[in-house]
Structures are given as structure tokens and as C-alpha cells.
Design a protein around this ligand. Structure first.
Ligand code: SAH
Length: 393
């Protein structure tokens, strides 16, 4: 077993059970890509068992803080069992669920989503890459499923020095699937869609949006960064009369249109617009259009806090435009999925947008990711998705 010795004082975050050690904290020692190493303080005390990532700034990811625990196939089976058991206890109104959410489930770098009878896995770090076979075996055995598709094509793979890898790891057949979310049916393609195919983290917020649209009687709804139109279907289900969905991805918009019909709504109530949101919102303001409810769910502008300043400007811009387009009494459901933007900072950015737009109003709700994307006490980075529901006064 190889040993890694940390620099003096650099054991602090591991002692708080945070699972990452950065390159600059390592005093000496090394290993192969994904190899399990013993991590010690500068004094030689055991800190954790970890996976070594020779290419990444995040040089070590802790597997276990228990010296007596062995990191073997049974370890991965136990962690996966625990993750699946948690989901079984959560009230998830869908057959599409995130079964494993990386660090929050004690499996740094691993994401596993279940879409009906199909599992989709993303191996985003050298450690889980090295243990791919036993991880897949445990996933298949414990879910009783036979289809497992790999979507290891996220950019984090490059940081880990790992090549892209996609395709069936078990089973075969169509990558086009239909899932049920709440009372709705939605389709996705696990080979072609964003991430693993769909944004499961917004599940509860889509349901909430349907309720809010109904409660406040919002008739004209604008869904910005709509992807495949989940919030648009929610708006129609909530009784909206006219829904406009904007995205810059033509395949996503085609699917949004298809979802309107698949769920039995009149296609004439939905308009899909292939455009840049920022430009489209400015155009709408020039045209004097107004909406009763607007969703803003942009992509990750700030992956880390290093990008926070530029991202803050981008968030402020779209929120200012969104607020300007709201009818008095209208609702803005605005999100940031940037790990580098804290809930506090996001609140400040939106407040700044309100000032610039000359608009005030109550914050009705603060929301986060669905509970199958858990946040844990030891891993604050897990709190990436935050949203505010505002009403224009
Ligand atoms: N709300 C969606 C998820 C949104 S993901 C859901 O509930 O499923 C972010 C989306 O923004 C992606 O579909 C991406 O294609 C789109 N996008 C990114 N930049 C854009 C831009 N400048 N203008 C319009 N759409 C954009």
C-alpha cells in the first residue's frame, strides 16, 4: 500500500471529513491513476484511505476515514447499497431517480441515474474509473436491472487525465426512453441528451411551478433555457394558456414540442423559440411583451468560485431582463446551478438585478435540488442548485 504524506496543517479538512485533498497539500508520495493510497498527516497519523488522481488538482478523494475498512469490491457494494436505500426512503414521484450523487454518497466522482429500466453512469474521477467493474456489478445486482449505459463524457474527465468513454456497459438496445415524472411523461435519449440525458435535480421545482402557476392563475408563461421543456409541461399542467420556451439547442426544443403533445396539451398553446435567451429577452422588451410567470434556469456560468465575478454579471443581466418582462404580480422562478455561486451571493445578484430593473417584490420561496441529490454536512460544494421564487410587486 502506497502512503501519501500531507504538509503540516493540511490535514484539517480531512479531519472535518471533507473528502478532497488538493495537489498543494501533498508533501510526498504518489500512486497510479485511481490507486487506493493511505493518507497520513505530516506527523504520520492515519487520516483516510483515498483514490489517487495524478493528473488532477484534486489529488486525493477520500474513500473512508476508518483505518480498519478495506477498499475492495465489497466496500463499493456497501456504499451503493446505502445510496439506493436512501432513495427508497425518499418520496420520489417519478421512475427516474438519481441513485448515486458522488461525494454526498461517499463515492466521489460517481453519478448514477436510473431512468425506468435503464441505469446511466458517469465516472468522473480516477478512483471510480479504476473500480468501474465492481461498481457496475453492484449496481446491476442491487437494482435487478440489466441495462447500464456509460456517459463518461463530462469535461471533468479531462482534468483527471481520462479519455471520454460512452456506450453500453451492460445490456443493449434503444437509448431513447420514456420516463414518468409526477403525472407527466417525458422522453430522453441517454446517448445524446445533456449530462445523463435529463435534469433530475429540478424535479420538485417543476412540480412546484405547476402548483404556483395554478395558484396565482398565471396565463402567459416564459420558460428560458427550457432544455426539453420540463417546466413548460409543468406550466401547461398548471393551467397556463400560452407558454413560450427558449433554448439554443434545436434537438432539445423538438423534444419540448413533442412533450406538449405527449402530455395531451394543445400544441397551439406552446411556442418553441431557438434563440439566445439574452437576445430574445431584449427583443421581447422592445416589443413590449409581458408575462405572468418566467423561469430562468441557465447553464452553469461559474463551475468554481474563480469564475464567480463574470458569472455574477451574466446572472444579473438575465434576471434584470426577466424582472422587466414581468407583469405586476407576476412570478420569477430563477435558478443558479453554479457551485461557485453561494445561495447568499445569488440572492445579492438577484437583488442587484431588481434594483437595476427598478422592481421590488417579495421572495416567496427559496428552493434547492431534489433530495435524491443530497447535500451533506461535510461537503458544502454539494449545494450547487439554488432557486428563488419572486413576485413582482
Ligand atoms: N430547465 C431545464 C434544464 C436547463 S439546462 C429542465 O428543467 O430540464 C440549461 C439549458 O440552457 C440547456 O438546454 C442549454 O441548451 C441552454 N442554453 C445554454 N446557453 C443558452 C443561451 N445562451 N440561450 C439559450 N439557451 C441556452
Amino acid at each position: 500500500m502506497k502512503t501519501i504524506r500531507l504538509r503540516a496543517g493540511k490535514e484539517r479538512s480531512l479531519l472535518k471529513r471533507h473528502p478532497w485533498v488538493f495537489e498543494s497539500s501533498v508533501h510526498k508520495g504518489g500512486g497510479d491513476s485511481g490507486e487506493t493510497v493511505r493518507v497520513e498527516s505530516s506527523e504520520g497519523e492515519f487520516l483516510c484511505w483515498a483514490a489517487f488522481s495524478p493528473a488532477s488538482q484534486i489529488r486525493l478523494r477520500a474513500w473512508s476515514f476508518d483505518e480498519s475498512e478495506r477498499i475492495d469490491a465489497a466496500f463499493f457494494a456497501r456504499r451503493i447499497e446505502r445510496a439506493i436505500a436512501l432513495r427508497a426512503r425518499l418520496a420520489i414521484d417519478s421512475d427516474a431517480v438519481r441513485l448515486v450523487h458522488g461525494e454526498a454518497d461517499g463515492l466521489p466522482g460517481l453519478v448514477v441515474d436510473r431512468y425506468g429500466d435503464t441505469l446511466v453512469a458517469q465516472f468522473g474521477a480516477a478512483g471510480v474509473e479504476r473500480w468501474k467493474k465492481p461498481i457496475c456489478a453492484a449496481l446491476l445486482e442491487q437494482t435487478g436491472l440489466t441495462r447500464l449505459y456509460e456517459r463518461s463524457d463530462a469535461s471533468v474527465r479531462t482534468l483527471e487525465g481520462l479519455p471520454e468513454s460512452t456506450g453500453w456497459l451492460a445490456g443493449e438496445g434503444a437509448t431513447e426512453l420514456t420516463i414518468r415524472e409526477h403525472a407527466w411523461r417525458l422522453t430522453l435519449d441517454v446517448a445524446e441528451g445533456h449530462k445523463t440525458g435529463y435534469y433530475l435535480d429540478q424535479r420538485d421545482n417543476r412540480r412546484r411551478f405547476a402548483e404556483v402557476v395554478r395558484h396565482y392563475g398565471a396565463k402567459r408563461v416564459l420558460n428560458c433555457f427550457c432544455y426539453t421543456g420540463g417546466f413548460s409541461v409543468a406550466a401547461l399542467a398548471g393551467g397556463a394558456q400560452e407558454v413560450t420556451s427558449i433554448d439554443s439547442s434545436a434537438p432539445a426544443l423538438a423534444r419540448a414540442n413533442a412533450h406538449v403533445e405527449l402530455n395531451g396539451f394543445d400544441a397551439a398553446r406552446h411556442t418553441a423559440l431557438d434563440a439566445d435567451v439574452n437576445k430574445a429577452l431584449r427583443e421581447f422588451i422592445r416589443e413590449g411583451r409581458r408575462f405572468d410567470a418566467i423561469v430562468l434556469d441557465p447553464p452553469k456560468y461559474a463551475p468554481t468560485s474563480a469564475h464567480a465575478e463574470r458569472a455574477a454579471r451574466a446572472y444579473k443581466d438575465i434576471n434584470r431582463l426577466g424582472l422587466q418582462l414581468l407583469e405586476p404580480g407576476g412570478l420569477l422562478f430563477t435558478f443558479s446551478c453554479s457551485g461557485g455561486i453561494s445561495p447568499d451571493l445569488f440572492h445579492k445578484i438577484v437583488a442587484g438585478a431588481g434594483l437595476d430593473a427598478g422592481v421590488d417584490g417579495p421572495i416567496l420561496e427559496r428552493v434547492g435540488a431534489a433530495p435524491d441529490h443530497p447535500q451533506t454536512i461535510c461537503f458544502p460544494e454539494g449545494e450547487y442548485l439554488k432557486g428563488l421564487l419572486l413576485m413582482r410587486a
